[in-house]
Design a protein around this ligand. Structure first.
Ligand SMILES: Nc1ncnc2c1ncn2[C@@H]1O[C@H](COP(=O)(O)OP(=O)(O)OP(=O)(O)O)[C@@H](O)[C@H]1O
Length: 712
């Protein structure tokens, strides 16, 4: 009957240290239960609300076990040991059990008495455990089975999610797995879930959503933050809702670069007024700001020739903006008049122009730098004129994965801040009945790598920490619940961590992290902490309101896929085939774009580049450039004025190459040092072609001259 779950016969007797929460018992050597198995003792208790004592079954879990030698010790020398004939069973098996409580009228209570020494200890039956850990439908989340009893299902309590959840483990111990299982269960309950996914690990859930059953096919949506990442829809933040300071910081402009920041400040103000003067919202985006900076650089050059005067700069800038805004001369004049009206009535516009002049009057480099920063931000694709409607982010019975992969830390943090704030405010407005963007159902926000977003104030400043702390402390009132996932709880703000009352703790080895868990949760006892390094992958301890009583469980198999688990070689090599497919797609698209420019579709991409840019790259260089586009980050911008494509190739190995292709001179150069058209320059040219930045060869030049000659 060793290890059997039947119960009945005793497996030991309480013989040692006995306390209300813990007892030591000597084990029958013929019936030794495994570590973590469940036992009970019968004892008299007076349950709360009763006035007589009743006999109850006090459930306990074996947390430690030892064999003590009787009659021998390790100090005995070998010749003595060798000649002793020790019969099997001449040792004593001693176990220590942590009391879990007893169940009385559907509720779990902790005993007030220590089990008497001499009490029989019985193996708990499956039925007893099922009853002890039962959670009623519809609150039941089926996440696995008891660690030592695969036949007893382990349920979490849906209502416990209201007190927020932390999923904590060493790397590779199964955090993402645990989170996916929780998401599956929440989806079955019809929850609205948002996942902030810094590594793009959760995007694969979408492909497998159908496995959850009929009606779940569309229950996973993927929003991408970067244009070139996996996702159905682009998440969008409106530039108009951000301050110039915010924009500059996210773009990565150093705090000390005051002239560049001034340019961004001025450009933002002016772009807003051009939008107002023309009634065209497109000026509110980054492209609008970049056009303002370009006009300001040119206006500053003109003003410098005319005695370096602010009034000359202002007049020239307004003229250029009017013309840029409306090529129709009459309209341009009207826009100019309107801008001047605004300038005389509104000090803000004047301040914007002054800041631009101060930044650019000495030399134009802060202007070019500002363009570079804004251009980089624009290429991400997330910062635009209008924000994404809320119903694309939150939808009942749907998990929306926001793929933040491939973004700089500042941008990830800003987007996390933006999304957390939007969700919280939408719920707050609903609950308070205030107008504006609102959402009628509670929302669970899963934050992967939570330490990136909510570190202690003393360690690092982030934008998202304060809103995360607000959700942790007030989200319950407004129906916004946090599930924070991390391998470094010691790097999470203690104010946030202590509010995450439901904890799913998998293997943790680092003592600092164990301490952080203990500090954050009263329910994690020292003996539980001692057990954490010994857990296997996929085994967890759950404490707090998520479970009826602290529970050790093995997570069930997940249904939805995710990526980022251990590398599968078969899949990794299949990725190579995927690259080849992408290269062919890019080639096809580039040929089509070239056809639009040239008026007839070329049969060969090399010939097309020769016709468009006068470059004739060697075939292997062209192939390498296509592979760069498929695999790496390639950006391009085009200056109509100089007829030059500028761009960068950022490799996954962390190297950046800056390349330039002059269409007018039919030459290219690159920071890799190559004079011949190199793969970086060709990739940059192809990116400009794919992004539709290039004008047809016969249109270049002529129109430009006519346009600028009006006022030069
Ligand atoms: N419950 C489980 N049952 C079976 N295998 C599991 C379980 N949990 C995790 N694994 C395996 O362990 C590996 C690591 O799991 P997972 O990616 O969830 O860990 P993680 O803690 O999120 O890792 P990281 O810190 O690297 O993100 C996975 O490849 C998965 O196959």
């Amino acid at each position: 009957m060793r290890g059997s779950a039947k119960g009945g016969e005793p497996v030991g007797m309480v013989t040692g240290d006995s306390r209300p929460d813990y007892f030591v018992f000597t084990v029958d050597p013929e019936r030794i239960p495994p570590l973590y198995d469940y036992v009970y003792v019968e004892a008299w208790e007076t349950p709360p609300g009763e006035d007589t004592r009743v006999m109850v079954k006090i459930l306990a879990q074996i947390r430690a076990m030892r064999r003590l030698a009787v009659g021998v010790s390790p100090e005995h020398p070998w010749p003595v040991i060798r000649n002793l004939s020790l019969p099997r069973g001449s040792d004593t098996v001693v176990a220590a059990a942590r009391v879990l409580g007893y169940k009385w009228k559907g509720r779990i209570y902790l005993p007030r008495h220590a089990p008497p020494v001499g009490s029989w200890v019985y193996l708990a039956s499956d039925e007893l455990l099922r009853d002890f850990y039962s959670v009623e439908e519809p609150r039941r989340l089926h996440v696995g089975s008891l660690i030592s009893r695969p036949s007893v299902p382990a349920y979490l309590d849906l209502e416990g999610v209201k007190r927020h959840v932390a999923i904590i483990a060493a790397t590779g111990a199964g955090k993402t797995w645990a989170s996916v299982v929780l998401i599956e269960e929440l989806l079955k309950k019809g929850a609205t879930i948002v996942v902030l996914d810094p590594h793009g690990e959760y995007t694969a859930m979408k492909r497998t959503a159908f496995r959850l059953g009929p009606g779940f096919e569309d229950s996973v949506r993927v929003l991408k933050a970067r244009r070139d990442q996996e996702g159905d829809i682009q998440y969008r933040v409106s530039v108009a809702s951000m301050s110039a300071e915010e924009l500059a910081s996210i773009a990565g402009v150093p705090a000390k670069a005051t002239r560049i920041r001034s340019v961004i400040y001025g450009a933002k103000r002016l772009a807003r007024w051009v939008a107002e003067a023309t009634g065209e919202k497109k000026w509110l985006g980054l492209r609008g700001m970049i056009k303002v900076v370009q006009a300001a650089i040119d206006a500053a050059e003109v003003a410098k020739l005319q005695g370096s005067r602010l009034d000359r700069f202002a007049a020239e800038l307004l003229r250029r903006l009017s013309v840029t805004a409306s090529r129709d001369l009459q309209k341009a004049a009207a826009t100019g008049r309107r801008l001047e009206e605004i300038l005389s009535a509104d000090e803000g516009l004047g301040r914007g122009i002054r800041r631009l002049w101060l930044a650019l009057s000495k030399d134009s480099s802060p202007g070019y730098d500002a363009i570079r920063y804004l251009e980089e931000l624009r290429r991400i694709g997330v910062y635009g004129v209008a924000r994404l409607p809320l119903d694309q982010l939150l939808w009942p019975g749907t998990v929306t994965v926001v793929n933040l992969a491939g973004l700089r830390a500042e941008v990830q943090d800003h987007l996390a801040f933006n999304i957390l704030s939007r969700v919280f405010n939408a719920r707050l407005r609903h609950v308070r009945g205030v107008g504006g963007e609102s959402y009628p159902y509670p929302v669970v926000v899963v934050v992967e790598e939570a330490h990136r977003f909510m570190p202690p104030k003393t360690q690092r400043q982030t934008r998202s920490r304060d809103i995360a702390a607000t959700i942790a402390s007030e989200g319950r009132k407004f129906g916004v619940f946090l599930v924070a996932i991390t391998q470094r709880p010691s790097r999470i703000d203690p104010d946030v961590l202590s509010q995450l009352q439901g904890q799913v703790i998998l293997r943790i080895v680092n003592p600092r992290d164990q301490e952080a868990v203990r500090d954050a949760s009263e329910q994690v006892s020292q003996d539980l902490l001692d057990n954490l390094p010994g857990l296997n992958t996929g085994e967890a301890v759950v404490v707090g309101p998520l479970a009826p009583s602290p529970i050790m469980l093995r997570l069930r198999d997940r249904v939805l896929d995710y990526s980022g688990g251990d590398l599968s070689l078969a899949e990794a090599w299949a990725g190579g085939r995927e690259d080849a497919r992408l290269v062919e797609e890019i080639r096809k698209e580039a040929l089509e774009k070239a056809g639009e420019l040239l008026g007839e579709k070329p049969s060969d991409l090399g010939d097309a580049l020769a016709a468009i840019a006068g470059l004739d790259p060697a075939p292997e260089i062209l192939e390498r450039a296509l592979r760069l586009l498929a695999r790496e980050r390639v950006w391009a911008s085009y200056s109509e004025e100089t007829g030059t494509v500028y761009g960068e190739v950022e490799t996954s190995g962390g190297r950046t190459y800056e390349a330039k292709v002059s269409l007018a001179d039919r030459r290219s150069s690159c920071s890799c040092g190559s004079r011949q058209p190199c793969s970086h320059a060709v990739a940059v040219l192809l990116r400009a072609l794919l992004d539709g930045l290039l004008a047809a060869p016969r249109q270049r030049g002529g129109q430009e001259d006519a346009w600028w000659s009006d006022f030069l």
